[in-house]
Design a protein around this ligand. Structure first.
Ligand code: IPM
Ligand code: MG
Length: 360
């Protein structure tokens, strides 16, 4: 029997359209092999949407996403839109998508591939074997807390305000996701907060600790975020699964990504309680190399694999894509961001062709 899925594609800005084109070809090829049919619908988001409609996340895009089985997003943003007022910025569109689809759990795996140990800026002995899953809360915390804004004080000064807030229910639901992920991994969960200073973190820590009695087989630890940042670069292998709030997760997931050599390799998933989830590379839109066929499409391709595995429950197809990625790396193909001596330098499209060959 053929399984059919409706996939919304959000190519966005910068290198987005180039890398998502590669992922679509790979999905079509693997679909043929595994008897899966995809219907792709492209929608506008980010700078591309601002140009066409004046808003970074048109209502029509949100609706198209809601009607699909999964969303594959590339990247958004660019210098061109940086000066716009906040409500019109591409980033605001991304936050709107997360809030609109209630994607409260962001999964950001940082796993070093043996082929790329030399691409890491840290010593091989420190990063070899690193396999971390950062579970970042995505629809709460200081990104969304009220009040927020730039206000005038009584003395006429300007005062910028954001509010870091979590309810117990918000902490519980993300902690539950993290415990369950840890269960499928090495059963170690490290919760990161700033409970030595922040009340919101105290509540976070209390709730995560309370929940741990339901998961006796998971070893739970807590770290303050400053220490966690240090430990991530000092001895990253001590981590298995990390759970943390929105802002801390934003920062720590970039640091964890770089351990693996290139942020150009890492996929992510943003999920809520129901469907659809959004799958996207961790990296941004890289406007400096857009349109030059220099981008690394592998994070996007691995995001498509994550979509198959976590969003559509098509593990066999996901495995095939991941195997193809390992194979092209074994064959020595490298885009600029992961290039090293003796390897074969390729562009975005050539990398796509090598993947297709590896698949067939
Ligand atoms: C990320 C990005 C976003 C974030 C920006 C683009 C709004 O940095 O996905 O990590 O801060 O969440
Ligand atoms: Mg970020």
């Amino acid at each position: 029997m053929t399984n059919s899925y409706r996939i919304t594609l959000l190519p966005g800005d910068g290198i987005g359209p180039e890398i998502i084109a590669v992922a679509v070809e790979i999905l079509k090829a693997v679909g043929k092999q595994c008897d899966i049919e995809f219907t792709f619908t492209e929608a506008l988001m980010g700078g591309a949407a601002i140009e066409a409609t004046g808003e970074p996340l048109p209502q029509a895009t949100l609706e198209t996403c809601r009607e699909s089985d999964a969303v594959l997003l590339a990247a958004i943003g660019g210098y061109k839109w940086d000066h716009l007022p906040r409500h019109q910025r591409p980033e605001t569109g991304l936050l709107g998508l997360r809030a609109g689809l209630e994607l409260f759990a962001n999964l950001r795996p940082a796993k070093i591939l043996p082929q790329l140990v030399d691409a890491s800026p840290l010593k091989g002995e420190i990063v070899e074997g690193v396999d971390i899953m950062v579970v970042r809360e995505l629809t709460g915390g200081v990104y969304f807390g009220e009040p927020k804004g730039i206000f005038r004080t009584e003395t006429g000064q300007q005062r910028g305000v954001n509010t870091m807030a979590y309810t117990d229910a918000e902490v519980d639901r993300i902690a539950k996701v993290a415990f369950e992920i840890a269960q499928k991994r090495n059963r170690q969960l490290c919760s990161v907060d700033k409970a030595n200073v922040l009340e919101v973190s105290q509540l976070w820590r209390d709730r995560v600790s309370a929940l741990s009695s339901s998961y006796p087989e998971i070893e739970l630890s807590h770290l303050y975020v400053d220490n966690a940042a240090m430990q991530l670069v000092r001895a990253p292998k001590q981590f298995d699964t990390i759970v943390t709030g929105n802002l801390f997760g934003d920062i720590l997931s970039d640091a964890a990504a770089m351990l693996t050599g290139s942020i150009g390799m890492l996929p992510s998933a943003s999920m809520g309680e129901g469907k659809p989830a959004v799958f996207e590379p961790v990296h941004g839109s890289a406007p400096d190399i857009a349109g030059e066929d220099k981008a690394n499409p592998l994070a996007q391709v691995l995001s498509a694999a994550m979509m198959l595995r976590y969003g559509l429950d098509e593990a066999t197809a996901a495995d095939k894509i991941e195997q193809a990625v390992f194979q092209v790396l074994d064959q020595g193909y490298r885009t600029g961001d992961i290039m090293s001596d003796g390897m074969t330098f390729v562009g975005c499209q050539q990398m796509g062709e090598a993947l297709l060959k590896a698949l067939s």
